[in-house]
Ligand binder design. Structure first.
Ligand SMILES: [Zn+2]
Ligand SMILES: [Zn+2]
Length: 162
């Protein structure tokens, strides 16, 4: 059973619903099973990826390191293919003029990164439930890595190639 921590959170329990919540429940249960699902730490934000996700790319840039506490490892999919339950619990932080990062406002989990003008959204690989079937095969901004860890053994690439 989930706990409502604010008026904007919602439970998936089909009881005691406002009209809005009933609509959300219909929406939640009407979408088909998909291969990839995930959530934040507290579970108040859940997502499903309908598109076939990209392989995982690591990013050592300063923004990703600050935002994640280490470095980011993210898959990516068409934004319109990602269905988010509990979207009202996602805070979007504009980390640059061209991109924003979505995190759970309750538990703080980093979930998404997206370019404001782009069609794709990166999804933090660590938030995916269960086995992903994906591999981390590339990395960005290795020159910005922290001195306390070694780079993963994958190809450095430029962001423009993704
Ligand atoms: Zn959360
Ligand atoms: Zn980055």
């Amino acid at each position: 059973m989930r706990i409502c921590l604010s008026s904007q959170t919602h439970s998936s329990l089909p009881l005691l619903n406002t009209n809005r919540r009933a609509l959300e429940i219909v929406w939640t249960y009407a979408i088909p099973e998909v291969p990839m699902r995930g959530s934040c730490l507290c579970g108040q934000v859940r997502y499903r990826i309908q598109d076939e996700p990209r392989s995982v790319v690591a990013c050592h840039c300063t923004q990703c390191r600050k935002a994640s506490g280490h470095y980011v490892a993210a898959t990516q999919a068409l934004t319109e293919s990602i269905e988010i339950e509990g979207i009202s619990n996602v805070t979007w932080y504009h980390s640059s003029d061209s991109a924003k990062r979505g995190f759970c406002k309750i538990c703080g989990s980093q979930l998404f990164w997206t370019e404001l003008s782009g069609d794709f959204t990166s999804v933090m690989a660590g938030t995916i439930d269960g086995n992903t079937g994906l591999k981390m095969d590339r990395q960005l901004y290795p020159e910005s890595k922290g001195d306390y860890y070694d780079l993963p053994d994958v190809q450095p690439v430029d962001q423009s190639t993704l």
